[in-house]
Design a protein around this ligand. Structure first.
Ligand code: FAD
Length: 387
């Protein structure tokens, strides 16, 4: 059970992060979109000083230890502004949270206090150029005495330009996947940039190469061969984080559309008075409302210690479909000017498309959810009738 921070302390922290988001980070949008570069000299101190990197690090390691019900609305707020910043915050917090659940005491003591302040920066390395996602990996970690020797390649790894530590998934036998922590400066480990992305600009998602990279056995997270189970556990909550990002982007697109519809006059009337536009707005609001409800349910179950394997895939899938519909309609409400950079609609539209990919594509979400349901998984929520 995680109740998070007491209400008053939470309000103070949340207000401080929100002030940073809107007063210090949002004004950087055009600079980042123009240069496709994040000004780290401004962004990192701002994120560090408001505590954004320690939001879900447990308090014993210097973090705020927020519950998911407290964290998700803050993450959603990040998804309203420039998406590259949201990607940095999401990946860092996701890894820090995963490590707090699956790391041993020594690993947590070594990494989490620095992660909570943002002095250490984290990345999650699963995806490979020549293989599928999950167990289909060709990166290997061969045990030699008291070391593992890593060989292989990863790509599309967010925070590859700034991370001090990478959680790397590799095969430790033909069948087994294990998770290892690899520091950035380890000999044989090289990192190269990939071409710029469609949205969430400025964040770096690079290519990692491991050539006989040696790490001590103490870099192994959990036991050898437990990587698959760790991955499932990490993705279970991380998919909910992506759904919260979808909610933030969709909510901002709706807010902007409500404003614009009341300002824009055609044939002598604001377009908000036309039934056709009202329908778009109502449909957008229905998606936002439904997604909020699903997220609240998933967060409260997670905070009470329940596993949410089906809910996490379903909310991630619904979230990406919802934000897809909402950003489509927001573009229609804004007409031609929405296609320009006068309003953030075109950026929100592009940024949202990353939600299809992060933490697994739709085909993976369908597969995971169907597997759970066919295996007898049933929902327990406000509609469950007591037997
Ligand atoms: C900007 C960005 C940031 C990212 N950050 C990270 C990160 O930090 N760490 C990380 O590890 N990864 C990261 N990724 C990678 C992301 O998680 C993957 O791109 C995504 O999971 C899809 O994997 P893939 O690219 O290998 O696609 P592929 O596996 O090549 O899939 C291509 C298509 O085939 C479908 N498909 C593939 N296999 C099957 C199957 N067995 N059955 C049915 N359909 C299938 C997929 O659904 C998809 O539609 C990032 C990606 C992007 C674009």
């Amino acid at each position: 059970m995680n109740a998070g921070l007491p209400a008053e302390e939470y309000r103070k922290l949340r207000d401080s992060v929100l002030a940073t988001i809107w007063d210090e980070l949002d004004p950087l949008e055009h600079q980042i979109e123009d240069t496709e570069t994040i000004p780290y000299d401004i962004v990192m101190p701002a994120l560090r000083s408001c505590g954004a990197f320690g939001l879900i690090v447990p308090q014993e390691y210097g973090g705020a230890g927020l519950s998911m019900a407290q964290y998700l609305p803050i993450l959603a707020e990040f998804a309203k502004i420039q998406g590259g910043i949201r990607a940095i915050v999401h990946v860092h917090n996701s890894f820090a949270h995963a490590l707090s659940e699956i790391g041993n005491d020594a690993q947590k003591k070594e990494i989490l206090p620095g992660a909570a302040t943002g002095e250490k920066s984290l990345a999650f390395a699963l995806t490979e150029p020549g293989n599928g996602t999950g167990a289909d990996l060709s990166t290997t970690a061969r045990r030699e005495g008291d070391e593992y020797v890593l060989n292989g390649r990863k790509w599309l790894i967010t925070n590859s330009d700034i991370a001090s530590h990478f959680l790397v998934f590799a095969k430790t036998s033909d069948k087994d996947v294990s998770a290892l922590i690899v520091p950035r400066d380890t000999p044989g480990f090289s990192i190269a940039p990939l071409p710029e992305t469609m949205g969430c600009k400025g964040a770096e998602h690079g290519e990692l190469t491991f050539e006989d990279v040696r790490v001590p056995v103490s870099a192994l997270v959990g036991a050898e061969g437990e990587g698959g189970a760790h991955l499932e556990r990490a993705l279970e909550i991380s998919r909910v984080f992506i759904a919260a990002s979808s909610l933030g982007t969709a909510s901002r697109a709706l807010e902007l559309s409500l404003n614009y519809a009341q300002e824009r006059v055609t044939f002598g009337k604001p377009i908000a008075q036309r039934q056709a536009i009202q329908r778009y707005l109502a449909e957008m609001a229905a998606d936002v409302y439904a997604l909020r409800g699903m997220l609240a349910d998933a967060a409260s179950k997670w905070d009470s210690g329940k596993r949410i394997p089906a809910e996490s895939s379903l909310v991630k899938q619904f979230g990406l479909e919802a934000v897809g519909r909402v950003t489509d309609r927001a573009l229609l409400v804004h007409g031609g000017i929405g296609y320009t950079r006068k309003y953030p609609i075109e950026r929100l539209y592009r940024d949202a498309r990353l939600n299809w990919l992060e933490e697994g594509t739709p085909t993976i979400q369908y597969m995971v959810a169907a597997r759970e349901l066919l295996g007898g998984y049933t929902f327990e929520d406000a509609f469950t009738v007591a037997s």
